[in-house]
Design a protein around this ligand. Structure first.
Ligand code: F6R
Length: 243
């Protein structure tokens, strides 16, 4: 695992956007796995700026989701489909046809999860998967004690994650869904390159456990230690717990 400490979130975003631009030069139709939440926004802003100024060509890029809420109405602005379309797909000048994600409204959620893993494999696998990290060490919505071999499946959100995410739902925890579909840890580990960005003091403990602790289901992000090409980019505040 490679750990890169940057001064701040903007520097982390620029660094990772440059890595994505380089990947797209080598492989124009790369499949990019994207995370939602606050952390990756500087990456998407920096990458869109590179595309607009001609320093990156994302015209053939393909985008896939990491996770999705279960049961939000189609088109809900906080569904991860809507969020990724708004924050990544549209700013890169791409259309919906270049984008794939799990169906959080499927009548048969188990079948939808299996179908998503199959779709990722059929697409040739994820070339670069962006990850954030929860304060409890989750990646995607693989909460502590998730199997390190897990595949895409439905999960129940912990109370802490619902509290953390209430800010996207008018600070009203009652609006935050209880269930999500998430790529499993095993699914995430199938990507060819994992890039985790963590910023802010609130992530320092989770980052230390991820990078320097044992590989353990209690800290799902620690599974990155098992991957042959994992990069953890942290700002100085999030690096504060590293020895
Ligand atoms: C979102 C996701 C989550 C977030 C994590 C951190 O797609 O997979 O694992 O990355 O909850 O969220 P932020 O970045 O908002 O602190």
């Amino acid at each position: 695992m490679e750990v890169v400490i940057v001064p701040d979130a903007a520097a982390g975003g620029e660094l990772i956007a440059t890595a994505i631009a380089d990947l797209l030069t080598r492989k124009p139709d790369a499949l990019l796995g994207v995370a939602t939440g606050s952390t990756p926004l500087p990456i998407y802003t920096a990458l869109a700026a590179k595309v607009r100024s001609g320093r990156a060509d994302a015209s053939r890029a393909r985008i896939c989701q990491l996770d999705e809420y279960v049961g939000l109405p189609t088109g809900h602005p906080e569904s991860y489909r809507s969020t990724v379309l708004r924050e990544v797909v549209e700013p890169l000048g791409l259309g919906e046809s270049s984008f794939m994600g799990p169906d959080g409204n499927a009548a048969d959620i188990t079948a939808a999860c299996l179908a998503y893993d199959q779709a990722l494999a059929d697409a040739g696998g994820v070339d670069l998967q962006l990850l954030g990290i929860g304060t409890d060490g989750h990646i995607g919505f693989n909460e502590p004690c998730s199997s390190l071999a897990s595949r895409t499946r439905i999960k129940t959100l912990t109370e802490q994650t619902r509290i953390d995410n209430a800010r996207f739902f008018d600070d009203d925890i009652d609006q935050v869904p209880h269930h999500v579909i998430t790529q499993g840890i095993g699914t995430i580990l199938d990507a060819r390159h994992l890039v985790l960005l963590a910023t802010g003091a609130g992530k320092a403990e989770a980052v230390a456990a991820t990078v320097e602790g044992p590989v353990a289901a209690l800290v799902p992000a620690s599974a990155l230690q098992l991957h042959p090409h994992a990069t953890v980019v942290v700002d100085e505040a999030a690096a504060a717990g590293l020895k």
